[in-house]
Design a binder for this molecule. Structure first.
Ligand SMILES: [Zn+2]
Length: 372
């Protein structure tokens, strides 16, 4: 029986939604709890509300994963006389650790914005506002010819996918020279004897963030005591990631029809829109939650429509002035979809990691604070 600790689940979440992707003002990660505590039940929810924390305690869950942070601005005190302080105390007393996702999950490939794009019928969507271009490095390593393939297969998992091409590498042969000194235990040759070896120069393109793991893998399989390798910084852009998405509908549809369709697929009790109801929509930008700040990005990207939530009156006026249709489907309806998705994904990832005694539950008691 293998039971994960809070830190293990945080590690799994970090693979789904790397914390490094989060906006600079954001605060995702472990907010409350003991990284070393064992977890036999995880609850997934949108908001860390009192009712949600009660649900987690009632279900004997030791970890609550939410999209919105419980602790967002720096705290000056934790007084249980305030609702926020009482909530923090409730989680700690109930033995519930809290991990939050937020903009790292919005931005991540396969994250909340991609999920929303799929739900509202967009294909081939790309980030609307690029927030990171992924720093790349070139790793060059010299290896005896007969060990090339072993080293290549150890390093390929860390290489960058170029468009639709995975497993990209390059190798060229040449001659390496060295003289083992006293104390050396050379894989090839003898101490004090100058050696010439047929070697391959293997080149790979790697994301900077994955470099430490790639070098560790290199050192683990390279046959030499002192493998020769070079790391070059590059000016090439890596994979672009960012907020919001923009993509196309399979066929144009009027704004009114599309709004009605979104109301249904997002189970929204109502939604508001700006623009001519008969206008044809084909290129759609979106931002889950609260994304009216991306109005200009949507216009620049040539969108006919921006789908988001939390739209203010003057933002609606701005959209009108810019000639951009706008659908306010609500913060809750555009984000509550993460609960089911994250529950499934965590369930699969926990099983793949070999943990046998940890169940993942969706919180089913959350409701939109807005009533119609
Ligand atoms: Zn939100």
């Amino acid at each position: 029986m293998k039971i994960p600790k809070v830190a293990d689940i945080v590690g799994i979440i970090n693979k789904i939604a790397p914390m490094a992707l989060a906006e600079s003002w954001d605060n995702p990660g472990l907010q409350i709890g003991d990284p070393a505590a064992e977890v036999t039940c995880v609850m997934v929810a949108l908001d860390p509300t009192p009712a949600v924390i009660d649900s987690a305690i009632a279900a004997s869950c030791q970890l609550l994963v939410t999209h919105h942070p419980l602790i967002f601005k720096p705290l000056k005190s934790i007084s249980t006389a305030t609702p926020h302080g009482a909530l923090i105390q409730k989680a700690i007393r109930g033995g519930v650790s809290i991990v939050t996702l937020h903009t790292n999950y919005d931005i991540a490939k396969g994250g909340l914005n991609d999920l929303l794009a799929g739900k509202i019928g967009l294909s081939n969507s790309v980030p609307l506002k690029v927030t990171t271009s992924g720093e790349l490095v070139k790793l060059v390593v010299f290896v005896p010819v007969d060990r090339l393939e072993q080293l290549r297969s150890a390093l390929l998992p860390y290489t960058v996918t170029l468009g639709n091409y995975r497993g990209c590498s390059f190798a060229a042969d040449g001659i390496g020279t060295f003289t083992p000194l006293d104390g050396a235990a050379p894989f090839i040759g003898a101490v004090g004897v100058p050696e010439k070896v047929n070697e391959e120069r293997l080149e790979l393109l790697i994301e900077r963030a994955l470099l430490p793991r790639a070098v560790k893998a290199l050192l683990a399989v390279h046959p030499y005591e002192e493998p020769a390798f070079d790391i070059y910084p590059l000016l090439n852009d890596g994979e672009k990631q960012g907020l919001g998405r923009i993509g196309r509908l399979s066929e144009p549809i009027t704004l009114a029809e599309y709004a009605a369709r979104l109301k249904k697929v997002l189970s929204a009790p109502a939604l508001r829109f700006v623009g001519d109801p008969t206008a044809l929509i084909s290129k759609v930008a979106l931002c889950s939650g609260s994304g009216a700040s991306l109005l200009h990005d949507a216009v620049r990207a040539g969108a006919d429509l921006l789908v988001t939530g939390d739209v203010k009156y003057h933002e609606a006026r701005d959209a009108e002035d810019l000639g951009l249709a706008l659908i306010d489907a609500g913060h809750f309806p555009t984000e509550i979809i993460m609960v089911h998705e994250m529950t499934e994904r965590l369930g699969r990832a926990v099983a793949t990691a070999g943990y046998t005694n940890c169940r993942i539950e969706a919180c089913r008691t959350e409701t939109d604070p807005f009533r119609i």
